[in-house]
Write a protein that binds this ligand. Sequence first.
Ligand code: SF4
Length: 279
Amino acid sequence: MPRRLYSATPTRLTTWLDCPRRYRFTYLDRPPPVKGPPWAHNTVGAVVHNALARWWRLPVNARTVARAGALVDEYWTTEGFRDDDQAAAWRTRSREMVQRYVETLDPNDEPRGVERTVTVMHGGAALSGRIDRVDERSDELVVVDYKTGRHVLTVDDARSSLALAVYAAAAARTLRRPCRRVELHHLPSGDVVAWEHDEHALNRHLARAEDVALECSQADQAFKAGQATDAMFPPRPSSSCGWCDFRAHCAEGRGAAPSRPSWSGLATYAPNGELHPSS
Ligand code: SF4
């Protein structure tokens, strides 16, 4: 019998790689364990992504810097912030961040896709994901991924990202145009880091994704068969456990990292307004 295709997103695969127990909590246990409180940095990320997606969907003459700021206000929520003052400060900062970024864009450009879902089959895996923006430049597609986190990015982040490589292969497949370049647009710093994959590198990433998808498929089957043991879904404690939504349900994770306030993932800025280098 041919093996059934296993459908997965890169996020699902990297969750498995990061921590099989968190994978189980996230994708298999139903109802899932109750998560911790929402994170303020996720609020900022969601608002910025929503505002930029809407901005690109406006008619060209409405794609103004002022409108981009107004969209941040429209989507704003206060989830995860310490208090109203912190939320208000971040609303202003997010508005400025988006407006500064939009100033670098040409509103006459038409991306090939905004929040575009793309899929590629590789061996036994059907890999799909939603790309923030797909540009078309000189007959090639470019994957653009917006980042709003506090970590300053390096070229290595673009080069080594399984998700970005899968997106590039899937964009090429779905939109029928070559796609090798991936870019991370870090809005807090204004930096753009990019990497251009060759075919060999893309195939290597896809083969890796397929291997991980096979592991996920076997784990899912074991779970369905009632074999959800700790050996099959081991915790992988690390300093990242402080950020895990499920640490309240995981003694090993609580022992590995202290709990963090829900606003601790926000970027920190120097008094001159620049992103703090240790962020
Ligand atoms: S707290 Fe850490 S070890 Fe526990 S599930 Fe979360 S990531 Fe895994």
